[in-house]
Design a protein around this ligand. Structure first.
Ligand SMILES: [Zn+2]
Length: 106
């Protein structure tokens, strides 16, 4: 079944582009297993980590429940950053370093 890496929805055979977000569908979830390496309730925060990862050639995808059709309330509004399972270890190390060098927040 084709699968949208962005929305994580499955679509019927024959559909090539996600009707929801326009992302090209991947063949199967098992093409790449995406794993969550970072979560935040702040979208800019997740976007920053994504940009940093991509600057090191690690492909990352933001999964925001705001994009889905489900109503979101309170704590459920978590934004996730996913990378391919083979990149997970280096991504996690990278994020750890990133947070270490982040200026202290008040
Ligand atoms: Zn989609």
């Amino acid at each position: 079944m084709p699968f949208c890496p962005n929305c994580t929805y499955e679509y019927k055979e024959g559909i090539k582009i996600c009707p929801d977000c326009g992302t090209p569908l991947v063949k199967e979830l098992i093409d790449h297993e995406w794993v969550v390496v970072y979560t935040s309730d702040q979208e800019y925060d997740v976007q920053m980590v994504k940009d940093a990862l991509e600057s090191t050639e690690i492909e990352a995808t933001i999964l925001s429940q705001k994009d889905s059709n489900f109503p979101v309330t309170g704590d459920l509004a978590v934004i996730k950053l996913l990378v391919k399972s083979e990149d997970a270890a280096s991504a996690l190390t990278f994020i750890k370093e990133l947070n270490k060098t982040k200026p202290e927040e008040e």
